[in-house]
Design a protein around this ligand. Sequence first.
Ligand code: CP
Ligand code: NVA
Length: 304
Amino acid sequence: MKNLLSIKELTGEQIRMLLDLGHRLKSERGNHRELPLTGQTWALIFSKSSTRTRVSFEVGISELGGRPMFLSTRDIQLGRGEPIKDTARVLGRMIHGAVIRTYGQEEVEEFAAYSKIPTINALTDLEHPCQILADLLTIEEKYGVGSWKEMKISFLGDVDNNMGRSWMWAAKHLGFTLALAGPEKALPKAETLAELDCPNIICTTDPAEAVRDCTVINTDTWISMGQEAEKGTKEAAFFPYQVNAELLKTAAPGHSVFHCLPAYRGYEITEEVLEAHAPVIFTEAENRLHAQKAVLYTLAKDNA
Ligand code: CP
Ligand code: NVA
């Protein structure tokens, strides 16, 4: 692997390899056989807020022998208009890898192309690949490895956001049933579905249909970072898609509710449901560290 820019660009085999490695690195935490980032500096270039992603990358880079360098775009010249391609060519001569959180997917792609160093998408408006790898790892820990085709997963709310799109590509690569439920306007566009060409993705405006017999029910904020101005107009249409106890009555026995966090209680999820599923939700957050270590490890090895 040269970069991790999206789930779309991965293959099912690469996802399998990253998950296997993630499970192994989690079990070996504190006692890794190899530290492939030894002597390396990896920059975290963030234009948006972050708790989980920043901390898990800083810890993961350190634990694999490297040195993380956090660069807020508020502080570097990129934030004052220096072009990405110039920033990328400068950093590419000094550091060994980059983890980027920004708005446009084309920004991480341009950085990767010009810097020529391994580049990781730490969330764009298009995809959130690191979160999906952590979620897949968490599902395998809870429900076993290798049962993807029998799994029904749902995603409720703002389903055509970065999380929803990464889930869609994961369904394409792994073959699980993915039911997406949200207001008509929030469902994926016909061209997105045509590009995916994936019969195991179901889109519906009926939240009960999406949740019925479902093992993993996912949700995310209705207002992603950068969309704050839409809060007033957007929110009302989403309340029927709130993950609450009533909606979960028809989910499969032993189901789990997932949330990538941060959660907005009383909006996309109730306090009661979040707290009932807190053990798995905070394991999801922890697994960011282990899944991303698998990505860092693979990129360091493959680009050595
Ligand atoms: N889930 C996630 O990416 O969290 P942060 O925004 O805190 O990094
Ligand atoms: N969809 C959310 C995810 C946050 C981790 C956002 O982009 O803000």
